[in-house]
Ligand binder design. Sequence first.
Ligand SMILES: Cc1cc2nc3c(=O)[nH]c(=O)nc-3n(C[C@H](O)[C@H](O)[C@H](O)COP(=O)(O)OP(=O)(O)OC[C@H]3O[C@@H](n4cnc5c(N)ncnc54)[C@H](O)[C@@H]3O)c2cc1C
Length: 464
Amino acid sequence: MTDIIDSDYLVIGAGGMGMAFVDELITQTTATITIVDRNHRPGGHWNDAYPFVRLHQTSTCYGVNSTPLGKATIDQVGWNKGCYELASGSEVVAYFDQVMRQRFLPSGRVRYLPMCEYRDDGSVVSRVSGTEYSVRAKKIVDATYINVTVPSQRPPKFKVLDGAVCVPPNAAPKLAPEYSKFTVVGSGKTGIDTCLFLLEMGVAPADITWVMPNDAWLFDRFTVNPGRQFTDIITAGRIEVLKAAIAADSVDDFFQRVLACDQLFQFDPAVKPTNWRCATVTRLELEQLRKIPNVVRLGHVQAVTPTEMRLDQGTWKTAANTLYIDCAADGLKNRPQKKVFDGNRITLQTVRMCQQVYSAGFIGNVEANLNDEARKNALCRPVPLPHAANDYLRCAIQDSENMLVWLTEPKVVSWINASRIDLFSPIFKFDCPVVGPQIEAMGALLQQAIPKMQALLDQETAQA
Ligand SMILES: Cc1cc2nc3c(=O)[nH]c(=O)nc-3n(C[C@H](O)[C@H](O)[C@H](O)COP(=O)(O)OP(=O)(O)OC[C@H]3O[C@@H](n4cnc5c(N)ncnc54)[C@H](O)[C@@H]3O)c2cc1C
């Protein structure tokens, strides 16, 4: 039996992006929406996250626009001291569940189909009952395109031999008491979180080995704290980066200038970062991480045994009773960029750098308020995903170009001004006495900085 559902929108994926998009439609339109997800509850990858995961941006601007997440508290203790609270994974999951149950479903306009698979032929099938749904929708919204992967969703990419024990970080809290040494494989956000978790639980730094195939530039979380009391910091930071680009005579010089004005950190001052993944840390977290003496820079792990790791560039002996923790999933894989609006299909992508959920809300606002497809796409040009260090410049170029277009669209400017989830909304507040004069300069700076950033990248390509 096929159940037929008529709906204005079919949204595939109830992760953060699908939820943020739908929230705008509920607030700003009268549309009906069917949401399909193969998980049993909303929140996407947060359902599979390790138990000690936290947002790495502040709760104050994460989630859906209509519903605050957290209490906008500034942490007084711990290594995030001085910055806004960071929701834990379970808070994020509970939050999206509440948004679904207390806002979306009671609106009477949302039909939610959990544990249902959307198939390439357009059909929707329940994974438990086998019921088929035929959703006749005017528009299809792909909220799966970013395709986040976390370590617990797949086996390790390297071989685990001869009885070595290798687990995703999800198992670390339960298993840690049984081991005396820990090898953390991967240096992205998950690897950072896992090292900090072990240190916070009292593991001695010398008992941790950290496999760091690449060093990455890290954001100083303090400089991306949203909110009025941080407005001048966030604005000044943005301006410093643009000025750094204008003054730099090479990509390396640009990074040194950004480093000097405290917008980025590097883990080891002696090692030039080759990556940038949008991860944030505080100064206190960085101090802790730097206490780990055994940092293995021999490329990627090929195989682990109870006594050694085999890596691209050599072998590393491991102590007896080592627990390997696999933190090496590539959270955001590069996929070709698509038009966000293409006929009756909307593909949610990042339109502000490092801000997927925000971007989905932004696209929802554009969908709710504008009709002309070309104009909508001009406002929603995808920003590259962050991988290599130079992507920082690539992202900054597209991000800045987008910002210039956004400033020309009143429906966008007023949404940003009022937006809870806009990390940078304070810098758009022309009426804000703290930043008003700086904003005047911002447009001119962007105009100067964009071609300069491109020239720096071109110069590096020419020299390669
Ligand atoms: C550890 C970690 C921390 C992060 N912290 C932040 C942060 O602080 N701030 C920030 O902005 N971003 C952060 N991110 C980035 C993160 O990608 C976004 O926050 C956001 O959660 C991504 O949501 P999504 O909806 O794109 O993807 P997902 O969460 O992966 O959701 C996609 C959904 O689609 C469903 N789906 C896929 N295919 C199908 C199908 N065929 N049929 C039915 N359902 C399907 C899946 O079941 C899933 O529920 C973090 C990412 C990670 C991994």
